[in-house]
Design a protein around this ligand. Structure first.
Ligand code: AVJ
Length: 319
């Protein structure tokens, strides 16, 4: 008999409080910044799905290629009885992993979006009789407590979302994942790789303008959630490669001097002409650097796979 359980470790109003704190902090400091997690309302999630199908946006296809060819190898190496997936969303890539993990007992999808978890959980139960699904509504960047489930565990963090974290945040995150793991457990990490600048920039500034719309969607989130008076047409989408940090930055650049009024915060945010708001960092990795970061967190890089074109990587790390 399959079971579906949902546990909320995130207060109902956490999102609202977090958004307010992030906006208040990020828009009153110089340079202005906002965390990328605020892109993902219903419209933003839709736009992201559209991005994953763009000819210029290679990471999703590259990661799927790796999983498609390597899932059996990963399954054999880990023998996982529990799969914990961080930031699961509605991801269909997980399916490739789940199908390969024949001895799986429990699947623990972790996401801040309750609706995504429900949808994915129900679909799975129908397909995998006997599988236990224990969905967690949680913010995994805030420390996690996992449900009781048999080992060995495989913790998967796919899609390259690790790149959204700044180096210090990455260190904290990897250490907190390490803290969840026991001997025999493994971490499967999807990370985009450093490559030619033009390829990277095009992936974040596509010809059809979908990424521009995705970037500007955060302004729509501010307008709706915080009663902000902001016109997306007042800003230009900017994507640039920072070679020193080896990351892509997305920014919104004010076309003219303007003030964004955020009524719910009683805040007026002035922008100079050309002033930029950083909305996302998407770091790109090299095998050596990632190995060193894992090691610093108490993990050992024991498996490394890329797509044929070496654009994207899956790392396996063990305690
Ligand atoms: C979902 C964080 C992996 O950084 O490539 C896509 C988000 N931003 N296009 C990425 C994103 C612009 C994406 N991640």
């Amino acid at each position: 008999m399959s079971t579906l359980k949902l546990t909320r470790t995130l207060p109902e109003d956490a999102t609202d409080a977090d958004l307010r704190a992030d906006v208040l902090h990020g828009l009153t400091t110089t340079p202005k910044t906002l965390p990328p997690k605020w892109f993902y309302d219903a419209r933003g999630s839709e736009l992201f799905e559209e991005i994953t199908r763009l000819p210029e946006y290679y990471p999703t296809r590259a990661e799927r290629e790796i999983l498609h060819s390597r899932a059996p190898e990963i399954a054999a190496a880990t023998q996982a009885r529990t799969l914990v997936e961080l930031g699961s969303g509605s991801s269909e890539k997980t399916r490739l992993l789940l199908d390969a993990l024949t001895g799986l007992h429990t699947y623990v999808p972790v996401d801040v979006s309750e609706s995504a978890l429900y949808g994915a959980g129900h679909a799975l139960l129908a397909e995998r009789p006997g599988l236990h699904v224990h969905a967690l509504i949680a913010d995994f960047t805030r420390g996690l407590t996992l449900p009781d489930a048999p080992g060995p565990r495989l913790v998967a963090f796919l899609g390259g979302t690790i790149g959204n974290l700044l180096p210090e945040e990455r260190a904290v995150f990897l250490r907190s994942v390490r803290a969840l793991m026991s001997p025999g457990d493994a971490l499967l990490l999807g990370a985009d790789l450093v490559k030619e600048e033009s390829v990277l920039v095009r992936a974040y500034d596509d010809a059809a303008g979908v990424t521009a719309a995705f970037n500007k969607n955060v302004l729509a989130v501010l307008a709706r959630e915080l009663d902000a008076d902001v016109d997306p047409d007042d800003f230009d989408h900017v994507a640039l490669w920072d070679p020193g940090n080896e990351w892509i930055e997305m920014r919104l650049r004010a076309r003219s001097a303007l003030t964004v009024k955020i009524r719910e915060l009683d805040l007026a945010v002035p922008f100079e002409e050309g002033e930029e708001l950083r909305t996302e960092v998407s770091a790109k990795f090299r095998r050596e650097g990632l190995g060193a970061e894992l090691e610093a967190a108490g993990l050992e890089l024991t498996g490394w796979w890329t797509d044929a074109a070496e654009r994207f990587s899956l790392s396996l790390a063990t305690v």
